[in-house]
Design a binder for this molecule. Structure first.
Ligand code: IPE
Ligand code: IPE
Ligand code: MG
Length: 241
């Protein structure tokens, strides 16, 4: 695996669309939830790998605002997996210096899950080794709509002038307001789309689409992608000298 010294201009913030759990299970003749459980196991190893790779921020897509369209049994199985995951991993994350945050709209989530999310955020709030953000009931359009609503409320209340709304102001209302923009977005499972993930924040991200299904995505593959990122020319619209 890559050591930190080898990676001088690596991505500071990596975002991952963890896709392919269902197909992974299907290929083994098992129910989709079996794939989600295998996928959850992969998260830990890849979070751990961040330290050695110099990735300070990792944001992972766990459940989208569109995923409610799945069968009731898959949705409730996923919700129960999220509760289990937080209960099982909370102490380890805290002890490994990981600061956990959640983004997405919490209102549709059940109270028990919300309480666990709050607790995990609070118990890791002092950590600063790796910042893990879990997108749960997250949709980029939904996030921008919620942000705009709060921004409009501030304008109506006289706290903000319409002429002061600009590219610096709007992101302060997004769920990600404390995070830097992602430098690199990885999607597993061979689909080349972003499925409503971090729309505003990824305007200038580099993208990497890999065929590997998420439960097979190893820290070694993660490391290779992070290393190859350093060879990319990020121009941000300018012409480099
Ligand atoms: C990603 O895996 C996990 C979630 C969306 C919760 P999928 O469940 O989308 O797996 P595929 O795409 O059907 O294989
Ligand atoms: C994106 O995967 C959402 C997550 C990984 C949580 P999906 O499997 O839901 O996306 P589509 O349906 O292929 O666009
Ligand atoms: Mg999918």
């Amino acid at each position: 695996m890559a050591s930190e010294s080898e990676i001088t201009n690596g991505p500071k913030h990596v975002a991952i669309i963890m896709d392919g759990n269902g197909r992974w299970a299907q290929a083994r003749g098992r129910p989709r939830l079996f794939g989600h459980h295998a996928g959850a196991k992969r998260v830990k190893q890849n979070v751990r790998a961040c330290k050695g790779l110099g990735v300070k921020y990792l944001t992972i897509f766990a459940f989208s605002t569109e995923n409610w369209k799945r069968t009731q049994s898959e949705v409730s199985g996923l919700m129960s997996l999220f509760r289990q995951y937080i209960r099982r991993e909370a102490r380890g994350l805290r002890d490994e210096g990981v600061r956990v945050r959640f983004i997405g709209d919490r209102v549709k989530l059940d109270d028990k899950l919300i309480a666990l999310m709050d607790e995990l955020e609070l118990m890791t709030a002092q950590n600063d080794e790796v910042h893990l953000t879990i997108a749960l009931n997250y949709g980029g359009r939904d996030e921008v709509a919620r942000a705009t609503k709060r921004l409009a409320q501030d304008v109506a209340a006289g706290l903000l002038k319409p002429q002061d709304v600009d590219e610096e102001t709007l992101p302060k209302y997004l769920d990600t307001y404390v995070l830097p923009d992602p430098d690199l977005v990885i999607r597993t499972s061979g689909e080349a789309r972003i499925s409503n993930f971090l729309l505003w924040q990824s305007a200038y991200a580099e993208y990497e689409f890999v065929d590997t299904l998420w439960p097979d995505f190893s820290p070694e593959e993660f490391g290779k992608i992070v290393k190859s990122y350093g060879r990319r020319d990020r121009r941000f619209g300018a012409v480099l000298a």
